[in-house]
Unconditional design. Sequence first.
Lengths: 137, 505
Amino acid sequence: MPTTQSPVLPDHILGAVLFLAQKQLLEKDSTRKRLEFRVYDFKLQDIFKTLQKTHPILNAFVFTDHGPEPYSPALEESVSRLQLSGLIGRENPDYEVVFVQQTAGRFYEQVLHKELADNLADLTNVASQFLEMIEVV
Amino acid sequence: MDDSARPNLRERVNAFVKWLFTGFDPLPPRDSKVFNDALLGNLFFARHEVAVIDCPVLQRLRRIKQTGLVHYVYPSATHTRFEHSLGAAALSERCFDALLSRADIEGTRLGATTTGSDSDLAHLRMAALLHDVGHGLCSHASEQIYKLLTDMREFEKDYPGNQPGEILSHLIVESPTFQDFFQEHVVRRCQARLDLKVISKLILGQHEDKNRYFLANIVSSAYDCDKLDYIARDSYYCGLALTVDLPRFYSMISTAEYNDHKVLVLRSYVPLEQILFSKMTLYGSVYHHQKVKCLDSMLRSIVGHIADNAGQASFPVREHEAVSFNDPVHYLYATDEDFFGQIDGFGDEYVKEMLARFRNRDLFVRCLEISRSTVRNWKDGRQGYIDMNKDPIQLAAVEAEIKKRLPEGEQGKCNKDDIRLSVPGLPPISGNALIQTKAGGEIRHVEEYFPVRAWTDAYAHNKWHSYVYAPRSIADSVRDAAISVIAERFQMDIDVARSNQSCHR
């Protein structure tokens, strides 16, 4: 059947941004064990919409051009799928804090590092700006 | 045919609509009609709506079951997209009326017209009526297959936020052939001055007038008329006692200004919780039931086989050009009735045998379960495995590898389409809803009150199961081969005893 494979899945881009943000955070603060940040989904949508303006690598997250606020279903789905695949987590009981799981590091080293090698500099830049826009806890 | 010579998706959809309307030359409806619906009671439709209901685009939905292949598991679930469409139209009006009442109580103006055939209400009802005309063979079961086809993926980029079926509905409504029909039979003969552009946008959840954006929310949002109808209807026909308290819901909706848009808001998040809980239950018990996933996989076997052997196995629905399921539009030509009624299996022995399996409910069996309860190192991550849900090439490669690793004697006993790996996605739950507890008050996102999305994700993750299916005669060999392939490719430590227990083997 005439099917095609996406060059890079949006999940992988989000996974790489979160892992690289964690890496930068831990380099700055060695007392931390992982990246934990408080974020609502609508805030995350806002953040990625803003970052997308200067980083075409994020164009995999297509945003709707109608409605009262930015919304990318691909981003929403990627968050869910990264949780399903065990790369990020949220803690009970309020689920407000998102954290990066250890497995994200392994997946990054084994798959993403090679797959996204050409975009690594840009993704590192995205991660750095992302880190400034979130509420790290 | 090379790709440059191939008509584009819009043109192919128009060719399909043209084919549907071949020989259709109706008299205008004499009057309005009342339909007696098992779920919602008497539903009234105006004369111009009857003209659309009677046309082939809507009538075709009588031959497509609302819940695809679910009726093999829940025998009463034989309801169709047709009655759901009527229900959605009726519920869209009930939402609209509720907003009018709320505006009246609160001393505000809704700012939408209610009377006359060109009113906002008339557009809303028509959009709800037509919202599902893009559904094809077995509804969402085939949508999961054709959404991965190349040109659907390309086309989807222009429609972020819309499911492939919605996009096809939009393209059907915008097709020149349907526009001609609409102009003649609805606008001219029934004197209904509806704007088809507005209707086709509403189907996508859009409205160009920001002051009327709430109309788009009624057709497509976290609590739209589609969900209100299908949650009630699917649970009713499956015999599941799920409740969506519709009168309570209507009393809790209103409109508000938000970022220059007039949007639908909830006065309380409780009705939304009820809708989401019911929807999650339906996914767990019905849409993602292991036997339903098995049936979906068997459907994939048939259409995949036809697509790969288009010369010998094709669906003879059109003159000169057969349907071979390598085009999203082909799934529109084939309705459930037409497809499963092909006793001779489209001239192909494998398809004939598979259709006989459906007729006799002789289903594949579960050979292996991949889930948090059967994979010992589940916490080590499974991104590569989950990716297969979006990556048909890798999925096919894994299925082929499993077949390759069968013992030599077993390989000849099965077709390449007999081994199916089902890697379901997550239910498309959007908790994107706005709450305004009192008129004029602050508008907040529902997740600021309750972590709707994280909660539904947690529920879905714990219910998530992936299975390997195959005919019973080769199940043990397929299980062993699948364990070897999956363990090697995805570094999964599979607890075979637990998988066997769960697969009842």
